[in-house]
Write a new protein. Structure first.
Lengths: 59, 199
């Protein structure tokens, strides 16, 4: 089973990229594309929360 | 007995009931723009990701034999675009005072200058042999910068429309806010692209 998994691991570009800089690029871009939507949605949600609470305070 | 403003005008409210105006937390136009920006953000994220990974395959970038990009001139152009966003902030703050026309016009002109300078830069790069098919460097340069330029042109069209409505007195506050949000996105995106593509 371990021997079978080696092939799968090498098929993953993050695990087995040709060069160190390329591997770092895969890792950083995977993180960026994973966190970008969460950061955007979180930022908009926080802005809506701030806007809603400030408008409540004005009433 | 009072009547409320319903679709057919027949809805009856109980005596003494008061209408309460509910102002949306986020205007519909702004929310729609934010959803659109979200899709655009992921689109540009994919482009930057592909560029970064391809760039990592080469020991040096741009690859040998490829022309260097005009870093200094584009840095100045970046400052021009950021200045247009500053003018849009000023326009937003002066909207209530009825003094938004001048900063809005200034933002339009600076945006137009940015696109014109980008076009001039492209002519220079093409004359040096950098084309869409000459290399990965050229392909990514024209794809990423060109896609952003299309967005700046779309943003300029929005600004022109906003100004026309402002002059005509038909511009709504939420519409103006939505247009400003889109322009802020276009401007905020560019320094990231400049950093990834030019530096």
């Amino acid at each position: 089973m371990v021997l079978a998994l080696v092939g799968a691991a090498w098929a993953c570009p993050v695990c087995g990229a040709p060069g160190a800089s390329n591997e770092a690029a895969y890792v950083s871009m995977t993180a960026m594309l994973s966190l970008l939507p969460l950061a955007f949605i979180g930022g908009v949600a926080y802005w809506v929360y701030r806007t809603a609470t400030s408008s409540d305070g004005e009433r | 007995m009072g009547t409320a403003d319903s679709f057919d005008g027949t809805f009856q409210v109980t005596p003494g009931a008061r209408r309460r105006e509910r102002k949306p937390v986020v205007p519909n136009e702004v929310f729609a723009t934010l959803v659109f920006i979200f899709t655009e953000l992921m689109f540009f994220g994919g482009l930057v990701s592909a560029h970064t990974i391809t760039r990592g395959l080469w020991p040096m970038w741009p690859p040998p034999g490829q022309p260097r990009l005009p870093i200094e001139a584009t840095a100045f152009n970046t400052a021009v675009l950021v200045a247009s966003a500053v003018l849009m902030v000023v326009a937003g703050r002066r909207e209530a005072l009825g003094q938004a026309r001048a900063p809005l016009t200034g933002a339009m002109l600076l945006g137009a200058f940015f696109v014109a300078a980008q076009g001039y830069e492209w002519v220079g790069m093409l004359s040096q042999g950098l084309t869409l098919t000459s290399s990965n460097h050229g392909a990514f340069f024209y794809l990423i910068v060109g896609t952003h330029a299309v967005h700046v042109l779309a943003g300029l069209a929005v600004l022109i429309m906003l100004r026309a409505r402002l002059v005509a007195g038909t511009l709504t506050s939420s519409g103006f806010q939505a247009g400003r949000v889109f322009w802020y996105f276009v401007v905020a995106l560019w320094p990231v692209l400049y950093w990834r593509v030019y530096l």
